[in-house]
Design a protein around this ligand. Structure first.
Ligand SMILES: NC(=O)c1ccc[n+]([C@@H]2O[C@H](COP(=O)([O-])OP(=O)(O)OC[C@H]3O[C@@H](n4cnc5c(N)ncnc54)[C@H](OP(=O)(O)O)[C@@H]3O)[C@@H](O)[C@H]2O)c1
Length: 341
């Protein structure tokens, strides 16, 4: 049996291109002591992977040249050297964009129950890092109160669409920022945001004015997934004691030059506001609470979530770059093998 993997060949400059990767086929790896061999089925495609391709200081070491593209995956145990895992078990693990992966049985690997979800992919979306990022980032960092206005960027995306819905469940007014009229319509019609703002093609003053019109009482919580000019325009609209959870800065992940800081930072002082970065791993010990609450909301049909599943390991790059063109609806996932063999 053979294993196809997508390796990082060179570090991308700007938007990743085919020359940055190599698709290689090799013999199957052997699991070592306390390790398992996973047949990967679904790979999560996340903006964070773009950062891991750079040789830059971050919360994870960079992917080394010649290594598989690191990815959270859902797969099935093919062979096990650990008593807690049997062949056939389904697992979520931090492995790579590769058909077969060896993983330590402890750490980032956990068994999942297919009967608990509508689709195994849910473990990469609503019940995975995406759902928990929205849940803890908004509730623990943003601390919204009923009646407040919550503004969200990347609002039609995997995390952002859930942030808006969780804000509504807290009794807040939810305003989303997204690219293009179609996505803005989806924000109100599908995800239940109160209103939406299209950021495309606007300078900071114009976008700030549009946000002001959409948030006549100002912004109490700004959940930022984008950074740059969108952050600057949001800062121009914050209320006294606003909270700004910094979740991501996707507008800067492909930058080839140092990125200037946003304007309007003074507003944080003028409004005694708090801007705070967070990582989902900060909330690891509270995951059971978050998963329980998200599962309950799903069962009560209180959350709409969408998954965009592309197929084929050969399509990794085309699929991954959708994150930067915005050409996807909801959580982006690459299926690289059938669910059962
Ligand atoms: N802190 C954490 O622990 C954590 C965990 C998970 C994710 N994140 C971050 O959360 C953010 C969203 O991740 P996701 O998985 O939910 O992705 P996503 O929002 O589903 O997809 C990315 C979206 O970003 C928008 N975008 C791309 N380039 C942009 C640009 N230059 N300016 C403005 N918007 C742009 C696009 O939407 P439009 O079509 O609307 O432009 C695109 O659909 C990312 O920044 C990610 O790094 C952080």
């Amino acid at each position: 049996m053979e294993n196809t993997r997508v390796l990082l060949k060179q570090r991308p400059a700007g938007i990743p291109k085919a020359d940055d990767f190599a698709w290689v086929t090799e013999p199957l790896p052997e699991p070592g002591r306390e390790q398992i061999l996973i047949r990967n089925i679904y790979c999560s495609l996340d903006p964070a992977q773009r950062g891991w391709m750079d040789d830059a200081e971050s919360y994870f070491p960079p992917i080394e040249l010649g290594e598989s593209i690191r990815a959270t995956t859902v797969g099935q145990v093919a062979a096990s050297n650990h008593p807690d895992y049997q062949p056939g078990d389904y697992v979520v693990a931090l492995t790579g964009v590769e058909h077969y992966a060896v993983a330590d049985a402890v750490g980032f690997t956990s068994k999942v129950d297919p009967s608990f979800v509508r689709s195994l992919t849910n473990y990469l979306s609503i019940l995975g890092a995406v759902g928990l990022t929205a849940y803890f980032g908004l509730l623990e960092v943003g601390k919204p109160k009923a009646g407040e206005t919550v503004l969200v960027s990347g609002a039609a995306g995997a995390v952002g669409s859930l942030v808006g819905q969780i804000a509504k469940l807290q009794g807040c007014r939810a305003v989303g920022i997204a690219g293009g009229p179609e996505k803005c319509k989806r924000l109100t019609d599908v995800y239940g945001f109160d209103t939406a703002v299209d950021y495309r093609g606007k300078d900071v003053p114009t976008l700030a004015a549009d946000i002001k019109a959409a948030c006549p009482d100002g912004v109490d919580v700004y959940f930022d997934t984008v950074g740059g000019d969108v952050l600057a325009a949001a800062l121009a609209n914050i209320n006294d004691n606003a909270r700004l959870p910094l979740c991501g800065m996707i507008s800067q992940y492909n930058a080839t030059e140092p990125v200037p800081g946003p304007t309007n930072v003074w507003q944080l002082i003028a409004k005694t506001a708090r801007m705070e970065g967070f990582l989902i791993r900060d909330f690891l010990d509270k995951f059971p609470e978050g998963i329980g609450q998200m599962a309950q909301w799903i069962a009560e049909d209180k959350l709409v979530f969408q998954e965009h599943v592309d197929e084929g390991i050969e399509n990794f790059l085309t699929s991954f770059n959708r994150l930067f063109s915005g050409d996807h609806n909801g959580k982006l996932i690459l299926q690289i093998a059938p669910e059962s063999v």
